[in-house]
Write a protein that binds this ligand. Structure first.
Ligand code: DAH
Length: 340
């Protein structure tokens, strides 16, 4: 083998080296006692004397080149094995598996709600959490100093500015801006001066509003019945009870058969067999008047519910606060992988 052949083979070999062990094998192959270079140098004796100096020089140059290249490669490989803090990296230690993030149960249920209502043609709208008294109360037929305010006490920033107690003011804002027909949904944080096992000062509501001509209570019932079926995933019994909200007339509440006992009666439904899930009604004419809609022409169907409450019922959760504690052992059970 002549110097050129050795050089060619060496450059292929060194190009394939990716570890110190492989480098060691290459070194032995070329520079070892029985390596290619020693063999070449030994064979110098058998070539014509006039060619010896030339071949000898080439062989020595090649040897130096190979030694240099190998030590450069060694440096390179060692550098790769050292972390930025200069410590050697042990590639044999098993890796740490990164933990996947997941969606919070409230986010999972929120996006289910969105899916359900957008499939019924509702468009999402937003309103501010810091709200004017007018939108939160007054336009909703809850005048200043009226006892109806007791139902929803809140945190005041000034006499006129407060943390909204429900998402119904979003309906008022949208009605003031847009003309019927309307079919809107809003989801967001609301605040009340309330804190015990079943109440927290901040929670979420989901609000829906449909305004058009010729609507009736049966349209409202149809929407809510469809919603209950879809969110709880089966054809459960629902019932509508008369109720009172200052901004609707008539007002009603919807109950679903207890998702825990199926209506037989248990601790969760306090032995009634029913669970209250939302409030609803036909918008009061005073609300239409305050946004400039003609109560003789249009009908408004409105409904509102607590996201936490629906989430607790869907997953059979006993305590509200588990939704706010951010305990990973609790949250991981929902497996809300991204994209759910
Ligand atoms: N805003 C009410 C509450 O927070 C819930 C509600 C009841 C919303 C009836 C409505 C409705 O839109 O029509 O208790």
């Amino acid at each position: 083998m002549d110097t050129q052949e050795i050089e060619r083979e060496f450059s292929v070999d060194i190009g394939n080296v990716s570890s110190l062990e492989e480098l060691k094998a290459v070194r032995t192959k070329y520079l070892g006692r029985k390596g290619k270079l020693s063999t070449l140098l030994k064979s110098l004796g058998s070539i014509p004397p006039e060619e010896r100096p030339k071949v000898g020089r080439l062989a020595n140059e090649l040897k130096e080149y190979i030694m240099r290249t190998i030590s450069q490669k060694e440096e390179e490989l060692k550098e790769k094995m050292v972390g930025s803090d200069g410590e050697e990296i042990d590639y044999t230690v098993p890796g740490r598996i990164p933990q996947w993030g997941g969606l919070h149960p409230l986010s999972i249920v929120k996006s289910k709600m969105l899916d359900i209502f957008t499939s019924m043609g509702f468009a999402l709208r937003e309103g501010p959490e810091i709200e004017l008294d007018f939108y939160n109360f007054e336009a909703l037929n809850i005048p200043k100093n009226h006892p109806a305010r007791d139902m929803q006490d809140t945190f005041y920033i000034s006499d006129n500015v407060l943390l909204r107690t429900h998402t119904t003011p979003v309906d008022v804002r949208v009605m003031k801006e847009e003309k019927p027909p309307l079919r809107i949904l809003s989801i967001g944080k609301v605040y009340r001066r309330d804190s015990d096992l079943t109440h927290s000062p901040m929670f979420h509501q989901v609000e829906g509003l449909v305004v058009d001509e010729g609507l009736s209570l049966s349209d409202l019932k149809g929407i809510l019945f469809e919603f209950a079926k879809k969110i709880f995933g089966r054809d459960l019994r629902v019932r509508f009870r008369p109720s009172f909200f200052p901004f609707t007339e008539p007002s009603l509440e919807m109950d679903v058969e207890c998702v825990v006992c199926g209506g037989k009666g248990c601790r969760v439904c306090q032995n009634t067999g029913w669970l209250e899930v939302l409030g609803a009604g036909l918008l009061h004419r005073h609300v239409f008047e305050s946004v400039g809609y003609d109560p003789g022409k249009y009908v408004g169907l409105a409904f509102g519910m607590g996201l936490e409450r629906i989430t607790m019922l869907m997953y059979g959760l006993g305590e509200l606060r588990t939704l706010f504690e951010n305990d990973l052992y609790f949250l991981k059970q929902f497996g809300g992988g991204m994209g759910v």
